[in-house]
Design a protein around this ligand. Structure first.
Ligand code: NAD
Length: 470
């Protein structure tokens, strides 16, 4: 695979290998880009702005639709490549490809409805005789930085809205899983003027600061950890930024919940991509009155999870991204057990794999639940009533998505009002996401929203035109 800079494929002598997390075999390599490559991409992106702006919105929309078609034709290849580089079970990779197609199509639609408005200037002092209207114009150049866990769709969520709004883009993908998105960029870049679509596969620690601080990049759209997000927000200074960061999503189960539905949500939410999902269910906050029944059902359903080769369509839980990730999970589970948590099932690591694990008697101060644990863990925190459940849900610095299972409308609405998170799901787990919904966290989980329409709104600026009619 190669980088794309100024409408050309660019290779380098120095390469970064990409490993299959399921067996540590090399599945590909990408050039190791440096600051100079990034500078070339930035200059090319800036040069392309005029040509990009001259393309009609209709043509941009058609291009995005065509790219969606191409991805659709090759969905099997893309799904396989996603699984090979990320260890994601193939059924989840297929979902990611389907969603990327949808994100492209939504962006094609959105590119046709970037509306300004007329302003009744004569409603203001001194405005009589004037007509005003606004134009939504592109920002210029968008720098996109993406993580390993949804390497295709999260990149598409930045690239496609940026192009829909006629911005040039430079993508810095995660070096842990860059292959599928580079393949898509190879399809994408010929549809646009040279320099409009670029990607530099460099290390965040080497090229990140250059990208974030460059005066020739107008916006940074970042998805990744809180730690990197905080650094970016400090470095970006006056630059526009969107930050989609880590989560620690609670799933509350009240005494009047449909327990089977709640357990189904908890199992799906905790073990999707082995828990390596920003909106995975990371804390089960369960009313004491139903906690015994709930935990027994959780163990029963967890034991049904099929662990194995992510290419096998029957596999539910594959490996973590690398051995360090698996051993980090092992450490926080051991710490929780030392502090009094009770292991109900799982709790075993083999290489990069960590087994789906249910823990009871977890307390909010344990690191396992006070920080973001990226693994297939279901930690049960017992509480008494809705007030305590919400208080604990709000007790971490995170606020991405959240969920509550209850049949009491008053408790559901109390949770909707009081949980400090970007989304509250009622009787559905927090992994629910459609690509058109406003998505983005509160508190340390980020700032700004994605979801195509909302990303586009953040990738244009408003210019006012005033006409003197007198
Ligand atoms: P990460 O922060 O380690 O890396 C994300 C990206 O940032 C990578 O491309 C990396 O190379 C780059 N980077 C690293 N240092 C940088 C720097 N100094 N300047 C600029 N870029 C730099 O995250 P990760 O481990 O790849 O992904 C997992 C994290 O992402 C989790 O915390 C997860 O919750 C979060 N995430 C959030 C969302 C969301 O939408 N809120 C979605 C997916 C993942």
């Amino acid at each position: 695979m190669q980088m794309i800079i100024d409408g050309k494929m660019v290779d380098k002598k120095e390469k970064i290998k990409v490993f299959n997390p399921a067996n540590d075999e090399v599945v590909g390599q990408v050039p190791l880009g440096n600051k100079n490559d990034l500078k070339k991409a930035i200059m090319a992106a800036n040069r392309s702005k005029k040509d990009l702006n001259e393309i009609s919105s209709r043509k941009i929309s058609m291009a995005l639709d065509d790219i969606a078609q191409e991805l659709s034709k090759n969905w099997k290849d893309f799904s396989r490549s996603l699984t090979l580089e990320s260890g994601k079970p193939i059924k989840a990779s297929r979902d990611e490809v389907k969603r990327s197609i949808e994100t492209l199509k939504l962006s094609a639609e959105e590119s046709k409805r970037i509306y300004g408005e007329t302003i009744p200037l004569d409603a203001g002092i001194g405005g009589k005789g004037f007509i005003g209207f606004t134009l939504k114009i592109p920002l210029g150049v968008v720098g996109a930085i993406t993580p390993f866990n949804y390497p295709l769709n999260l990149a598409v969520h930045k690239l496609a809205p940026a192009l829909a709004a006629k911005n040039a883009v430079i993508l810095k993908p995660s070096l842990q899983a860059p292959l599928s998105i580079l393949k898509l960029l190879e399809i994408m870049y010929p549809y646009f003027p040279d320099g409009a679509v670029n990607t530099v596969t460099g290390r965040g620690s080497e090229i990140g600061e250059e990208m974030v601080t460059s005066e020739y990049i107008d916006k940074i759209s970042f998805t990744g950890s809180v730690e990197t997000g905080k650094l970016i927000s400090r470095q970006a200074s006056m630059k526009k930024i969107t930050l989609e960061l880590g989560g620690n999503d609670p799933l509350i189960v009240l005494e009047d919940a449909d327990l089977e539905k709640a357990v189904e949500g908890a199992v799906r939410g905790s073990y999707l991509y082995a828990g390596q999902v920003c909106i995975a269910v990371k804390r089960l906050i369960v009313d004491e009155k139903v906690a015994d029944e709930f935990s027994a059902l959780m163990v029963k359903e967890t034991r049904k999870m099929k662990i194995g080769d992510p290419l096998d369509p029957k596999t539910d839980v594959g490996p973590l991204i690398d051995e360090k990730a698996a051993s980090d999970v092992e450490k926080v589970v051991a710490e929780a057990l030392n502090e009094g948590a009770e292991l109900l099932c799982g709790g075993k690591r083999e290489g990069n794999y960590y087994s789906p694990t249910v823990l009871d008697q977890v307390t909010p101060s344990m690191k396992l639940v006070s920080e973001e644990t990226f693994g297939p863990i279901s930690p049960i925190i017992r509480v008494n009533g809705v007030d305590e459940a919400i208080q604990i849900a709000n007790s971490t610095p995170y606020g991405l998505q959240s969920s509550i299972f209850t049949s009491n409308i008053h408790h559901a609405m109390q949770a909707a009002k009081e949980i400090e998170a970007g989304s509250v799901m009622i009787n559905k787990q927090s992994t629910f996401r459609t690509d058109n919904m406003p998505f983005g966290g509160f508190k340390m989980s980020g700032m700004g929203k994605e979801g195509v329409k909302y990303a586009v709104e953040d990738m244009v600026r408003t210019k006012l035109v005033v006409i003197n009619t007198s």
